[in-house]
Design a binder for this molecule. Structure first.
Ligand code: ADP
Ligand code: MG
Length: 232
């Protein structure tokens, strides 16, 4: 079992300041080292304001660190052009947010098709088949034509997970994906992340406030005041 796992993402000395060069400049991440490998299932926990969302945005290539290097599938990303970074984000990473960010005017099926359309233009038969498959995998095969406001909070979040999987990411990043749900829906959505990790073989990192859910992850990373504290 000592088989070497593929490295998905590596952070080395990542720092992040906001308002750089202004009187209110503030460093919120103070040198983060973190490695994620294939099949990792990690909870990122920490008090409000500790920098969890900031870290997730950096890991998702949505924002740039102030210092340090971030490798995605072995590639250093700091010096990449925006276009290259966008392409890497679209091919390697998937996101789920606390509020699902689904397009209200689109059906569940069209929301899941969106990432594939962004990549390849008009959806072909294969893309539609894949979107249906993903929605079936999250238990929504009977809700393909529903719009977000015709679905429960938990169902909307499941559509968001199906959408995040559309491009077959190596890493799924989720920022408090269950934070807006009742406890049963939170359990269900959490179980779905586990299923996704096992069946799609992608690494999952999820931010959660819920200690019970964090305890069910394989590993917990704790952020306090912008630094990772050692695991107990
Ligand atoms: P968490 O997700 O753990 O609650 P955040 O990453 O959202 O923490 O915030 C970490 C710190 O960075 C907080 O002090 C917050 O006020 C600050 N912060 C977050 N985003 C910005 C921003 N765009 N500009 C300035 N400060 C910010
Ligand atoms: Mg946050």
């Amino acid at each position: 079992m000592s088989e070497q796992k593929r490295e998905i993402m590596r952070l080395e000395g990542i720092r992040k300041s906001y308002n750089v060069g202004q009187p209110n400049e503030i460093e919120v991440l103070h040198g983060i080292d973190l490695t994620l490998v294939d099949d990792d299932f990690v909870a990122l926990v920490g008090p409000s304001g500790s920098g969890k969302s900031t870290l997730l945005n950096l890991m998702g290539l949505l924002d740039q660190p102030t210092a340090g290097e971030l490798y995605v599938l072995g590639q250093p990303t700091r010096s990449m052009e925006d276009q290259q970074r966008t392409q890497l984000r679209g091919s390697a990473l998937g996101f789920v947010f606390q509020f699902h960010h689904l397009i209200q005017a689109f059906t569940a099926l069209d929301n899941v098709l969106m990432p594939m359309m962004l990549r390849a233009g008009k959806p072909n038969r294969d893309a539609i088949a894949r979107a249906r498959e993903l929605l079936a995998a999250v238990g929504l095969e009977d809700y393909l034509q529903r719009k977000p406001n015709e679905l429960s909070g938990g169902q909307q979040q499941r559509v968001a997970i199906a959408r995040a999987l559309a491009t077959d990411p190596a890493l799924l990043l989720a920022d408090e994906p269950t934070g807006n749900l009742d406890s049963q829906s939170a359990e269900d959505v959490f179980a779905l992340f586990r299923k996704v990790q096992q069946e799609h073989h992608c690494a999952v990192l999820l931010v959660t406030h819920d200690n019970d859910l964090a305890a069910k992850c394989d590993r917990t990373v704790q952020l306090v005041d912008g630094s990772i504290t050692p695991e107990p």
